[in-house]
Design a protein around this ligand. Structure first.
Ligand code: NAD
Ligand code: TYD
Length: 352
C-alpha cells in the first residue's frame, strides 16, 4: 500500500500546528506536508518538536501563487488536503479586507483547482477537508444555536471571505465531484495563539501591567474550545466524516467577554502571586469593533452523535493550562511581540 500523502495548509499557525503535531505523531504511516507562507501569524517555533520526524516535510509557499501550488501537487502527489491556512483576525480584516479575499478566497480556489487537476479521472481515496469557522453564520441575537443548516449571514470581511471559501468548496463538490468535507468551529484558545486574539493578548498585557482593551461593554458572547480538542475533532472528521457533509464543532461553553476576562484576571493573580483583584484594575473599556457580532454559539450534537467526538477538557482546566503555557513560554511571546507587533498594536489600539 502506498503511504498517504497529506497536505496540511497553515500548519505553522495556531490551530494548524496542533493538527500537524497530532497527525505526525499519531499516524507514522502518513506523510504530512505542511505548507505555510509564514506570515506574521506563522511560526515554525510552534512545531520544533516534530520538525525532524521522518514522516514530515515543511514547504514554504503562498496559496495565492497558483503556479507554485500546481507544481507542488504534481511533485508530491497529495491524496488529501486539510486546509487551515487563512488570514484569521477580524480586526485586521476591517483594516485590510483585500488581503483576506486573496488568501481565503483566491488561495482556496487555487488549492481546489490543483486538486481537481491532479485527481481528475480518479477521485477514489481522495479528500479535500476545509476547516472553517462558525462566524460564517453571522451573529445570534435571540437565543438559539448555529446548526449545520443555519443560513450563511457573514458580517465581517473575515467571515465573508471564509463563507465565500466554504461556498467554493461545496461548488467544486457539486460541479467537479471533488470529495469534500467541511467543519465550522467556534473560538479556539490554548498554546501558540498569536497575541492579537483576546486570550493571549490579555494574558500578555496582564503580565506586563498594560491596559486590557475591552471592546464596547464586554457583553459579546463567544463559545470557547480548547485547541487540542479542535485538533482531535479534525482527526475525527478527516477519518470518519461523510463526503459532502459539514460538521459544527464547539464546546457548549459560552462566555461574555467580560466574565471570561475576569476569569483570566483572577487566574493570573493567582499564578503571579498578585493580590486578588489586582489584574482587574487594568480593564479599560474602549471603542467597540465596527460591526461587532453579538453572540456565537455552536450546536455540536451532530459531530458528537455521528462521529463520537466530545471535548476532553473543562473550561477552567483549559484556561489554567493555557495561562501556564504562556507564562512558561515567555520567550515565545517575546519573539512574536518583537518587530512589527508594536506597530500593529499602536495602529489597532491607539485610536480606540
Ligand atoms: P492563524 O492566523 O494562527 O494561522 C494561519 C496560518 O496560515 C499561518 O501560519 C499563516 O502563515 C498561514 N497563511 C496565511 N496566509 C497564507 C497564504 N497566503 N499561503 C500560505 N499560508 C498562509 O489561524 P488559526 O487561528 O490557526 O486558524 C486556522 C484556520 O482555522 C483558519 O482557516 C480559521 O479560519 C479557522 N478557524 C479559526 C478559529 C480560531 O478561533 N482561531 C476558529 C474556527 C476556525
Ligand atoms: P477575537 O479573539 O478577536 O476573536 P473573534 O472576534 O474572532 O471572536 O475576539 C474575541 C472577542 O473579544 C470578540 O468579541 C472581540 C473581543 N476583543 C476585545 O474586547 N478586545 C480585544 O483587544 C480583542 C482582540 C478582542
Amino acid at each position: 500500500m502506498t503511504k498517504r500523502s497529506i497536505l496540511i495548509t497553515g500548519g505553522a499557525g495556531f490551530i494548524g500546528s496542533h493538527v500537524v503535531r497530532l497527525f505526525v505523531n499519531k499516524y507514522p504511516d502518513y506523510h504530512i506536508y505542511n505548507l505555510d507562507k509564514l506570515t506574521y501569524a506563522g511560526n515554525l517555533k510552534n512545531i520544533t518538536d516534530i520538525e525532524n520526524a521522518p514522516n514530515y516535510t515543511f514547504i514554504k509557499a503562498d496559496l495565492v501563487d497558483a503556479n507554485s501550488i500546481n507544481d507542488l501537487f504534481n511533485q508530491y502527489q497529495f491524496d488529501s488536503v486539510i486546509h487551515l491556512a487563512a488570514e484569521s483576525h477580524v480586526d485586521r480584516s476591517i483594516t485590510n479586507p483585500l488581503e483576506f479575499v486573496m488568501t481565503n478566497v483566491v488561495g482556496t480556489v487555487n488549492l481546489l483547482n490543483a486538486a481537481k487537476e491532479l485527481w481528475k479521472g480518479n477521485m477514489d481515496g481522495k479528500l479535500f477537508y476545509h476547516v472553517s469557522t462558525d462566524e460564517v453564520y453571522g451573529s445570534l441575537h435571540d437565543g438559539g444555536f448555529f446548526l449545520e443548516n443555519t443560513p450563511y449571514d457573514p458580517q465581517s470581511p473575515y467571515s465573508a471571505s471564509k463563507a465565500s471559501s466554504d461556498h467554493f468548496i461545496r461548488a467544486y463538490h457539486n460541479t467537479y465531484k471533488i470529495p469534500v468535507v467541511l467543519s465550522n468551529c467556534s473560538n479556539n484558545y490554548g498554546p501558540n495563539q498569536f497575541p492579537e486574539k483576546l486570550i493571549p493578548l490579555f494574558i500578555n498585557n496582564i503580565r506586563n501591567n498594560k491596559p486590557l482593551p475591552v471592546y464596547g461593554k464586554g457583553e459579546n458572547v463567544r463559545d470557547w474550545l480548547y485547541v487540542v480538542d479542535h485538533a482531535r475533532a479534525i482527526d475525527d472528521v478527516f477519518h470518519k466524516g461523510a463526503i459532502g457533509e459539514t460538521y459544527n464543532i464547539g464546546g457548549f461553553n459560552e462566555w461574555t467577554n467580560i466574565d471570561l476576562i475576569k476569569v483570566i484576571c483572577s487566574t493570573m493573580d493567582r499564578k503571579l502571586g498578585r493580590a486578588e483583584g489586582e489584574s482587574e484594575k487594568l480593564i479599560t473599556y474602549v471603542t467597540d469593533r465596527a460591526g461587532h457580532d453579538l453572540r456565537y454559539a455552536i450546536d455540536a450534537n451532530k459531530i458528537m452523535k455521528d462521529l463520537g467526538w466530545e471535548p476532553s477538557l473543562q473550561f477552567e482546566e483549559g484556561i489554567d493550562k493555557t495561562v501556564d503555557w504562556y507564562l512558561n513560554n515567555q520567550q515565545w511571546m517575546d519573539e512574536v511581540t518583537s518587530g512589527d507587533y508594536a506597530k500593529y498594536y499602536d495602529n489597532m489600539y491607539a485610536k480606540r
